[in-house]
Write a protein that binds this ligand. Sequence first.
Ligand code: FA5
Ligand code: MG
Length: 382
Amino acid sequence: KQPIVSSLEIGGVKIAKDDVVRESDPTNNVPDGIFSKLGLQLHRRDNHPLGILKNAIYDYFDTSYSTKFVKFDDLCPLVSVKANFDDVLVPADHVSRSYNDTYYVDANTVLRCHTSAHQAELLRDGHTHFLVTGDVYRRDSIDATHYPVFHQMEGVRVFSPDEWASSGTDGTTYAANDLKKALEGLAQHLFGAVEMRWVDTYFPFTNPSFELEIYFQEKWLEVLGCGVTEQDILKQSGRKVDVAWAFGLGLERLAMVLFDIPDIRLFWSNDPRFTSQFSEGQLGTKFKPFSKFPPCYKDMSFWINDSFTENNLCEIIRGIAGDLVEEVLLIDNFTNKKGMTSHCYRIAYRSMERSLTDEEINKLQWDVRETVQSKLNVVLRQ
Ligand code: FA5
Ligand code: MG
């Protein structure tokens, strides 16, 4: 168990627990479990897979890219709604702004949901090449590749017109080509040969926008988003004539592929059988599972109401079972003649470190059922 601290300091900012968690405040939706992750900064531990990966990416950009990037990895994760959303042109009605998707500290402050929250300010400060690494927070579903706290690295690179003038292409094409080349080079540097593909996508802050996917555990896994920065972002930072690219990569996703880490919860493990397998500068290590304990499945079905969301359900389950919950999966969904909708969820419980007793799991499941019923106002069916 991690000790519960009541205050901490990140990047020079002092944070007290009541600044972040206030259960009675309707403009706040941060639970204890999320507060307990603040300030851990896994990406700054040189012997942790995320720190090893961060350093390897630094290394790639230092040695293989035409200009040096300025690096930030200690920026405070409490940011304004303006920085997290407005400054990167996220529309007022975009789902990512909802209390269902984002952790709000108050109506104007969030736990950053991406490292893009720092783009505009750093551009305004005059930076033209930078990498920002940090912990980011999202209300989300539960499975082996999703966790409510994870880590991203943002990269931004600004070009002035003289840099693309002689290329025979326009600034946007020039930046898009440079971006893809840089990221393919990064994938090569990290993985050697790996199956990957580019997928066109949409982000409010880039156009065109792309995602890079890598083939992992028999599926295509999305590892990063990127694109050519929207002109309005550059204009707002006083760079009307320039063009830029930006990327945001998911460090856990890349580290899972790189180190063969099968479940995202392991990054938070203090078990020496996990931590001792990694050391500074060792990029090629393949994680050897210390044993695979059997999962235990529990189903629960209930009639939902209009305000039901899966993220709310997952947060309750995570709040009770912590890292003992491995996956929450909707396995049945129907609406009856009266218009009532029933959902059945299958919860997989499994510890990464030990085998769980029936008694322990039954107690967790009992708590989950009681809390889901009382907090989400659903009607349990079985
Ligand atoms: C973003 O967050 C954009 N800010 C990325 C970006 C930056 C695009 C700059 C363009 C320019 P997205 O929500 O897709 O995009 O997340 C980026 C990456 O974070 C994903 O590709 C994935 O690798 C990782 N990721 C997203 N959600 C989770 C999660 N719940 N757990 C672990 N990793 C996640
Ligand atoms: Mg995405």
